[in-house]
Design a protein around this ligand. Structure first.
Ligand code: HEC
Ligand code: HEC
Length: 367
């Protein structure tokens, strides 16, 4: 976890807590020096998608399937069960894609159960073939769609569990019935927009502004959390199938949406991508979610009265540079304020709908 100090006079009460002393970085408008390469941006985006997918598969589907025999089925809406991992990913990607931030992602396969998940063009088909044969590396290229250039990366989606193989091989609509554990079953296709005037250079030369990559990461996190809150927690609770609780591990219940996000962030930290995110607040239920330094304190105060845009900045730790964005986290549903206002450990009891309740901090490595 990175606890950073930024834009501050050198004297600061928190400095003693730091392993390294961060130095201020002059703002530099040259994108060349400070951007994130297209390949790294795609790796970060894919890392977040995969960590969300793993949280859902392991901490929700596998755990509740074993402990509570809560089933995961294709017709989850009618059957009061959990959506399949692929359906979870697709609902989340649809939500993120509809936000119109430019970056898009999808799950596809050469052997799809749902024909809509087939590659829409020959380029995607070639890429899926390539990652099926060489799953160690994503397949990347630059494509033009409707006059706009995209950096496209395809990462393999593997049969990580026996259940993947069993269900697909036995599904009446599956065109392939001999998947084995470890096989590539499809791919996660990520499109990053490069603009209209792009003239084909080696694609890795293309650099993305870090604030844009932070927006991508934030969009995926928000979508995962919203899909989990709406289609898992709210639905199963309102139908009396299962409740959610803070102590989900002991109670054999569903974790809270905030915990879904925190669980994903624990997984991403282990990947060693240098990417990190946290949910923090000036009025935290859990003291661990307090701002860790002056940058986070100022950022939370700022998004509280400028809730439209994130609060961002750069920092250097040792020889490494990081970029941070703090996005406001709004009370979008009555449940947010009901639970926080009534929680015995909450220091604030008068949250109103659409108040800023805290912030999501996204930390990225930059050159
Ligand atoms: C209980 C059955 C079931 C399980 C378990 C399951 N899937 Fe699927 N999977 C489906 C269904 C059904 C679809 C089509 C969903 C839709 O309507 O878009 C699908 C879609 C997919 C797709 C998109 C292409 C397609 O077939 O439409 C991929 C890739 C995929 N699954 C991979 C996996 C992997 C990897 C796992 C294990 C981690 C897994 N699936 C577990 C049933 C299952
Ligand atoms: C059922 C109760 C409940 C609901 C509903 C709920 N939260 Fe929380 N929230 C918690 C708890 C408990 C924590 C502390 C989790 C932990 O231990 O880290 C938390 C943590 C947070 C944090 C991090 C700071 C803190 O308080 O520790 C934020 C920000 C937050 N929630 C915002 C929201 C928003 C926005 C919503 C609605 C979209 C929401 N919460 C819905 C109970 C809830």
């Amino acid at each position: 976890m990175y606890r950073l100090i930024f834009k501050m006079p050198l004297v600061c009460a928190f400095t003693s807590l730091l392993l390294f002393h961060p130095s201020l970085v002059q703002s530099d408008h040259s994108e060349n020096r400070n951007g994130i390469s297209a390949r790294s941006a795609a790796d970060l985006v894919h890392g977040v998608i995969e960590a969300g997918r793993t949280t859902y598969s392991q901490a929700i589907v596998d755990r509740l399937g074993k402990s509570h025999s809560l089933k995961t089925t294709e017709n989850w809406k009618q059957e009061n069960t959990l959506p399949l991992p692929a359906q979870f990913l697709m609902m989340s990607s649809r939500m993120s894609n509809q936000r119109g931030i430019g970056m898009r992602y999808r799950l596809m396969s050469l052997w799809p159960i749902n024909p809509q998940n087939a590659p829409p063009s020959q380029t995607e088909q070639r890429g899926l073939n390539q990652v099926a044969q060489q799953p160690g590396e994503p397949f990347t290229w630059v494509v033009q769609k409707n006059g706009l250039w995209f950096y496209e990366a395809i990462y393999p989606d593997k049969a990580v569990a026996e259940s993947c193989v069993f269900c697909h091989n036995h599904h009446p609509k599956s065109p392939k019935t001999d998947f084995k554990v470890g096989d590539v079953m499809g791919g996660i296709v990520i499109d990053l927009p490069l603009g209209r005037r792009f003239n084909k250079k080696p694609s890795d030369q293309f650099l993305f502004p870090p604030e844009v990559v932070a927006d991508y990461v934030h969009s995926i996190l928000e979508s995962n959390r919203a899909v989990y809150a709406k289609h898992v927690v709210d639905r199963l609770e309102s139908r009396g199938v299962m409740s959610s609780s803070e102590n989900w591990e002991q109670d054999q219940s569903l974790m809270l949406p905030a915990q879904f996000l925190m669980n994903t962030s624990r997984l991403i930290r282990r990947k060693g991508l240098g990417l990190d995110f946290q949910l923090i607040s000036l009025w935290p239920i859990n003291m661990k979610n307090s701002p860790g330094n002056e940058f986070e304190q100022v950022g939370l105060e700022t998004v509280d009265y400028h809730p439209i845009r994130p609060y961002s900045g750069r920092v250097k730790i040792g020889r490494k540079q990081f970029f941070q964005s703090i996005y406001p986290d709004l009370a979008v549903a009555p449940a947010c304020i009901e639970c926080h206002n009534a929680h015995p450990k909450s220091p604030k009891r008068d949250f109103k709908l659409l108040d800023v309740m805290g912030g999501i901090v996204v930390t990225l490595p930059v050159r």
